[in-house]
Design a protein. Structure first.
Length: 543
């Protein structure tokens, strides 16, 4: 038996697999090395197992060019992975590897209208915020369509991205479209409603929110920018803020109400603090106007000092300190400006909410010479001046627009830019009205308290034997019946009534003096004001 050396020849075999979507190509490689095998001698035996050993083994070389050539031969021309090609050139074992990857077509984004979300930081923690916006606020923004990107498979064939759609914004009631068609802005207070259709979005403002039942521990304190209609009561110690009108079909008690519009309470108001519109008491307004004038002079003086210093040859900007300049001026020339700020701040109950806050902030920043020295700019004075001017302007524009209507009021404090109208009576309350105070039911009475009106006070019966009542008027006063002591003040006069009298009509003349008039005022208009059901639910009001 003759056994010879066994030889095998080297071989390599490529195998290509392409995914169904033609976006991935896998290359398999089977390698057989060339070998020489030598037979190992065995001693004589009746039974022999032939054994051999490899004496030489060589793997065939695989080049990148060879792999690339094979891929080109198979029309794989796109997305070839260079690292994978290099890895295959070094392999000694059969291997299957991702050799090419195409690019899928990427979908674009259709145009869409995105509602503006109210930042949690802007929300008042004490209030549950009913999703709503004030006039002038942006309620939604258009996001333009974003085109997709075409894809390409491993064979180099292009796949087109799906088309994207634009959207047409249709402005409904209470909104306008601004910013080249990108922004939807509220022109009324209320809740936004967006109706999305295939290629358009219809946006409008729902001016009312109807709350069925009471405001209580289930609802918490509420804030809404439009008209809020409460079919029940506002229970004890729950507060409400509205950007327009508030209609309560029941009672309110021990609550704080802040409305930019009118407040209508069908039944009774007990122990409440109510602000409707913006009314600033005359003495406070004078102090505010005086403060604005002094701040303007202070800022002018600061600018003059800085301008003079800057004109010097040896001037270096970093050498002057605003805080030092302010301290010197308020210490020498404007001694009364900080005391005036503190004096106004001490009358917090008579300040509008936004002014109340900025006065506290201002005092925290300027109280004490050390704090003045730390000032880097005069923004604290500019901000205070601008806030005061804005309040005075708004108060002037909104006078007589916001009213308070109720059946009965007791132990409450009311500040309103327009009229306060009470059907049955008012007991021990404090009322400041920019226009009239009217208590004109069949037995409409005022007993106890303090009342100020920018126009007239009309009442069926006023006074009691227990304590005097103080009234402040700017144009006049009329009462059918007076009981007890009434003190009536005008800008430049004081009038006292101590005995029972009927049909008293007083008028304030051009000099601010109070005069008796023998003529009764025309009460037709006053009686019409008692019909206060002027906020009916509107179609589309949100519940």
């Amino acid at each position: 038996i003759i056994l010879e050396k066994i030889e095998t020849h080297a071989s390599k075999d490529f195998q290509l697999d392409v995914s169904k979507d033609k976006l991935e190509a896998y290359l398999g490689l089977k390698i057989t090395p060339s070998t020489e095998v030598e037979i190992i001698d065995s001693p004589p035996s009746n039974q022999v197992v032939i054994k051999g050993k490899i004496i030489k083994e060589e793997y065939p070389e695989i080049s990148s060019q060879e792999i690339m050539g094979y891929l080109r031969q198979k029309n794989i021309i796109n997305g070839i992975i260079e690292d994978a090609v290099l890895e295959l050139t070094k392999t000694r074992e059969g291997k299957r590897i991702l050799i090419a990857r195409g690019t899928p077509a990427q979908k674009g984004k259709n145009a869409r209208l995105v509602p503006v979300k109210i930042s949690k930081k802007e929300m008042e923690q004490a209030f549950n915020y009913i999703d709503s916006f004030a006039k002038g606020e942006i309620i939604a923004e258009k996001k333009y369509p974003v085109p997709g990107k075409n894809g390409k498979d491993v064979y180099g064939k292009i796949s087109k991205a799906p088309p994207v759609n634009d959207i047409n914004i249709v402005a409904g009631d209470g909104v306008v479209i601004m910013g080249n068609g990108r922004k939807v802005v509220a022109v009324k207070n209320g809740m936004p409603k967006i109706i999305n259709k295939k290629y358009k979005a219809i946006v409008r403002i729902l001016p009312q929110y109807i709350l069925e039942g009471d405001i209580d521990k289930k609802t918490g304190n509420l804030k809404f920018e439009g008209d809020l209609i409460v079919t029940g009561n506002i229970n004890d110690y729950f507060d409400v803020k509205v950007g327009n009108n508030l209609l309560v079909k029941g009672n309110i008690a021990n609550s704080k109400i802040d409305a930019l519009g009118s407040v209508l309470v069908k039944n009774n108001i007990i122990a409440c603090n109510i602000t409707a519109g913006l009314y600033v008491k005359r003495n406070i307004k004078k102090k505010l106007q005086k403060l604005v004038y002094k701040i303007e002079n202070l800022l002018e003086a600061i600018n003059e000092i800085i301008g003079e210093a800057a004109s010097r040859i040896d001037y270096y900007e970093e050498n002057y300190q605003i805080g030092r300049i302010v301290r010197i001026l308020v210490d020498k020339k404007f001694k009364d400006i900080i005391p005036l700020i503190k004096e106004i701040n001490s009358e917090q109950d008579d300040l509008p909410a936004n002014l109340s806050e900025i006065f506290v902030e201002t005092i925290n920043m300027i109280t004490g010479y050390k704090k003045l020295l730390k000032l880097k700019n005069v923004d604290v004075f500019i901000d205070l001046k601008e806030e005061i001017e804005e309040v005075i302007t708004i108060e002037k524009d909104t006078i007589n627009e916001s009213n308070v209507y109720t059946n009965y009021m007791q132990k409450s404090r009311v500040n309103v830019s327009g009229d306060v109208i009470i059907k049955r009576g008012c007991y021990n309350s404090e009322i400041y009205a920019g226009n009239n105070i009217i208590v004109w039911g069949k037995k409409g009475f005022i007993k106890g308290g303090c009342y100020s009106a920018g126009n007239y006070i009309y009442v069926q019966e006023i006074g009691s034997q227990l304590s005097p009542i103080e009234l402040n008027i700017e144009r006049g006063f009329y009462a059918v019946k007076i009981i007890g002591t009434i003190i009536i003040k005008s800008k430049n006069d004081k009038y006292k009534i101590e005995n029972k009298k009927n049909h008293i009509h007083l008028r304030v003349n051009d000099e601010g003096k109070i005069e008796e008039s023998m003529m009764e005022p025309d009460m037709k208009e006053i009686k019409n004001l008692l019909k206060y059901d002027f906020i009916p639910p509107v179609k589309g009001g949100k519940k």
